[in-house]
Ligand binder design. Structure first.
Ligand code: SME
Length: 165
């Protein structure tokens, strides 16, 4: 049994503990789906005030003609399965390779509302060999839920996961 309990109040310490738990669960495990599933569960357990936490992976578009984002392991309500590069918050993160910290999703042009409860969002690209291979997506029902400390913590997590997905 794995019993990772978030106890830290300070964000830097919380993310240190989250990273240590994610490292312990994914180190030496070559199955990327298993690793994403466990990390989605950890994000849900460690971070308060979320309504969705999980992954979109880069994969071939269903209709051909390049890649798009495809839903991966997550915790939350059922979500949009495919997101074209450049669309919504996730597609913008994937196309630009840059973290998207969105205080109010309704003010984000092209935001894709999978769950009407979402008010703010943090999306961080996962990069391997210089290419975006996935994004980590966190949604919250509260406006401006995510801070620069959250972005830095999730970026550190994404850097660790790059070779493990
Ligand atoms: N809101 C996202 C879509 C994914 S869901 O939040 C799970 C977006 O605009 O890309």
């Amino acid at each position: 049994m794995y019993d990772f309990k978030p106890t830290a109040a300070d964000p830097a310490e919380l993310y240190r503990d989250l990273l240590a738990a994610a490292d312990a669960l994914t180190d030496g495990e070559p199955d990327g789906v298993a690793n994403m599933a466990n990390v989605a569960a950890l994000l849900w357990e460690f971070l308060p005030d979320l309504n969705w936490a999980g992954f979109y992976r880069v994969g071939p578009a269903k209709t051909g003609g390049g890649d798009e984002l495809v839903l991966g392991p997550f915790v939350g309500r059922p979500a949009c399965i495919r997101i074209p590069f450049g669309k919504g918050v996730c597609g913008t993160a994937a196309a630009s390779g840059a973290t998207q910290l969105v205080a109010d999703v309704h003010a984000f042009p092209g935001h894709i509302a999978c769950d009407a409860a979402s008010a703010s969002e943090l999306v961080v690209p996962v990069v391997r060999d210089g290419r975006v291979i996935a994004v980590i997506d966190l949604d919250s029902p509260s406006l401006a839920r995510f801070t620069e400390a959250d972005a830095a913590g999730i970026e550190a997590l994404a850097a660790m996961l790059g070779p493990r997905l």
